[in-house]
Design a protein around this ligand. Structure first.
Ligand code: BES
Ligand code: MN
Ligand code: MN
Length: 462
């Protein structure tokens, strides 16, 4: 592989501008108001794949948003890389907290991105990261050095649970056959501390509803005499953690993988400054499960968090009312061996059990998925590690992430191949938050590193 640096330097402006065009499309999968934009984004991805040198790029319809499939097959005896990514984005709300509009990308310097970062919804998660693969393909094709066959599968429903992708994968095993799956939809420790994500947490997402009286009541006339659904809901939620911040749902920890002290010691070697961590978030202390470090709490331990809670009067001024209903959305991050459907069932029966007399409780499961851990003694991992070593000048650290990409466990089950998570984002890039951004340096570094992965993967396979 010739050093991609020159090609990247010559095409840098265009690479950035093409990504900016893609970021202007508000492809929010969660909100039907943006459905045409999501479809437009799929078309833009298809066009970019053809432009980059794919022989085939197709839009595959599903019951939801389409999957963009592209391929360039150069020889049947060469290994095949399947690239996965998503063109949908999270809602940009709350809009007032953005310093610049979410779909009008701007480049601004930050402390950790002195060369500038592109600010826009989806810049890091995942349009910027998936586009690195498109541009890396362009480089390899333009310079006649594509070492492997390549397939792209880019979906539009990752942020809402990938339901239709699961069906698509199960129905298209042959078309999607591959030797390794490559995804850039995670992060790394720091620009001078490269890391490869070796684990993702699973997820169980539920919505709960507590119903008291059949209508909203005057809080003077009825207050004290009937159950207030908001009081009850908050009390029930509070009881889900004990004083050591362990989750109290019976059976919740039964299958949790216990890491050995050696494994935990190995994890603790990754550079981490508690002070910087707290400063970056403006908090004076971290908080979490007793007996575990911050990095353990957000990667190898399961969690339960309320993501949203509502009910009653939240308008201007005061209204003396006991609402008939209260609601919350709750997510549980799971670790390897915990089964998300089993955990969802445990949650449901526990939550129904702890409801006091006088209210009705309804638990509605949303979506979920299994966690994933990738071994580091495989050709795929070693090829990725060597690629980072080539372009960063340092061996990357294997690191388990706290986030979830539920479809990865399904890839392993249905396609029987491992996934390599080459993420180039940083935790501070504010994905899912206002002012999401992606470092220009990171974007270009990804484009530089990916071709070496192809090269080393091919070499190690032959
Ligand atoms: N790209 C993220 C997941 C991620 C980010 C993993 C950073 C590791 C590091 C993905 O788009 C995402 O947001 N996933 C959701 C789950 C999905 C089912 C909505 C998540 O983790 O909340
Ligand atoms: Mn993502
Ligand atoms: Mn996301």
């Amino acid at each position: 592989m010739k050093d991609p640096k020159d090609y990247i330097a010559q095409n840098k402006e265009r690479f950035i501008n093409e990504l900016i065009e893609l970021l202007k499309i508000p492809s929010v999968s969660a909100d039907p108001a943006f459905s045409q934009d999501v479809l437009d984004a799929s078309q833009a991805i298809k066009a970019s794949l053809l432009k980059a040198g794919c022989d085939i790029a197709e839009i595959h319809e599903t019951d939801g948003y389409p999957i963009v499939y592209g391929e360039k097959i150069i020889a049947p005896n060469l290994p095949t890389v399947l690239v996965y990514g998503h063109y949908d984005v999270q809602p940009a709300d709350p809009l007032e907290l953005w310093d610049s509009p979410p779909y009008q990308p701007v480049i601004k310097k930050t402390e950790v991105h002195p060369e500038g970062a592109i600010f826009a919804r989806g810049s890091c998660d995942d349009k910027g990261q998936l586009f690195m693969h498109v541009k890396a393909l362009e480089y390899m094709v333009q310079t006649n050095q594509l070492p492997c066959n390549v397939k792209f599968m880019i979906e539009g429903e990752e942020e809402v649970g990938s339901d239709n992708l699961s069906i698509y994968v199960a129905n298209n095993k042959k078309k999607l056959a591959n030797d390794i799956i490559l995804i850039s939809d995670t992060g790394m420790i720091a620009n001078d501390v490269p890391s490869i994500t070796t684990g993702l947490r699973g997820l169980s997402y539920v919505e709960v509803e507590v119903t008291g009286p059949n209508r909203d009541l005057h809080s003077g006339l009825y207050g004290g005499a009937v159950a207030n659904p908001i009081n009850i809901l908050t009390k029930m939620i509070a009881s889900l953690h004990d004083e050591n911040n362990h989750i109290t749902i019976p059976g919740f920890y039964d299958k949790v993988e216990q890491l050995s002290l050696e494994e935990r010691a190995e994890m603790a070697k990754a550079p981490f400054s508690l002070e910087d961590y707290q400063d970056a978030l403006d908090i004076t202390s971290v908080y979490g499960e007793e007996g575990y470090t911050t990095n353990e709490r957000n990667s190898i331990r399961p969690t339960l968090d309320v993501n949203g809670i509502w009910g009653g009067y939240i308008g201007e001024g005061a209204k003396t009312v006991i609402a008939s209903q209260a609601f919350a959305k709750i997510s549980m991050r799971l670790v390897p061996n915990q089964d998300w459907e089993e955990i969802t069932a445990l949650f449901k029966s526990h939550f129904e059990n702890i409801a006091p007399k006088g209210v009705k409780v309804k638990v509605t499961p949303h979506h979920g998925g299994q966690g994933y851990v990738t071994p580091i003694n495989t050709i795929g991992y070693r090829a990725a590690s060597k690629a980072y070593e080539t372009t960063f000048g340092k061996k990357p650290i294997p690191q388990r992430s706290g986030g979830s990409i539920p479809i990865v466990a399904l890839f392993e089950k249905e396609l029987e191949s491992k996934t390599i998570l080459m993420g180039f984002g940083l935790d501070s890039d504010a994905i899912h938050s206002p002012n999401e951004h992606f470092g220009v340096w990171n974007y270009l570094k990804g484009i530089e590193t990916i071709p070496y992965f192809y090269q080393y993967f091919k070499e190690m396979n032959s």
